[in-house]
Design a protein around this ligand. Structure first.
Ligand code: UDP
Length: 143
């Protein structure tokens, strides 16, 4: 297994519920290290650009409204098999389908307001990390 990086977002519903720390604990207990982080209130342009692949989907407009409804916490997670590992601990998109003990099973409100985002593959991860972070904003562990 390779050391990978993935882009994670704690979405507005979870930030509003004041559970950033609880979700960070899930990452850390899964062996994922936070190597970059920032809080942002996304603009409509940023949310539309980030979810560009979903532009033609029926839920796109609502998704953009939700993602701009309050601040988000954006982070780069690093670790062995980080992309798949993060998807595993997030759980399925729809919290009703998410495995027990996953972040979405425990904290998501609905298929839309589902607490977290995580990149779904290596190309997406590279694009999404570059969308939010300059290379010098990423801080690999030195000890
Ligand atoms: N989404 C939604 N309705 C749907 C499917 C997705 O509102 O029927 C939202 C939801 O917030 C989801 C995001 O759009 O996390 C991106 O969808 P995707 O299928 O990429 O799911 P993910 O990779 O986030 O699990």
């Amino acid at each position: 297994m390779a050391i990978e990086r993935t882009l994670s977002i704690i979405k507005p519903d979870a930030v509003a519920k004041n559970i950033i720390g609880k979700i960070y604990t899930r990452f850390e207990e899964a062996g994922l290290r936070i190597v970059a982080a920032k809080m942002l209130h996304l603009t409509r342009e940023q949310a539309e650009g980030f979810y560009e692949v979903h532009r033609e989907r029926p839920f796109f407009k609502d998704l953009v409204a939700y993602m701009t409804s309050g601040p988000v916490m954006v982070q780069v997670l690093e670790g062995e098999d980080a992309i798949a590992r993060n998807r595993e601990i997030m759980g399925a998109t729809d919290p009703r389908q998410a495995a027990p003990g996953t972040i979405r099973a425990d904290f998501a409100e609905s298929i839309e307001e589902n607490a977290v985002h995580g990149s779904d593959g290596p190309e997406t991860a590279a694009r999404e990390i570059a969308f939010f972070f300059k290379p010098e904003e990423i801080c690999p562990r030195t000890r």
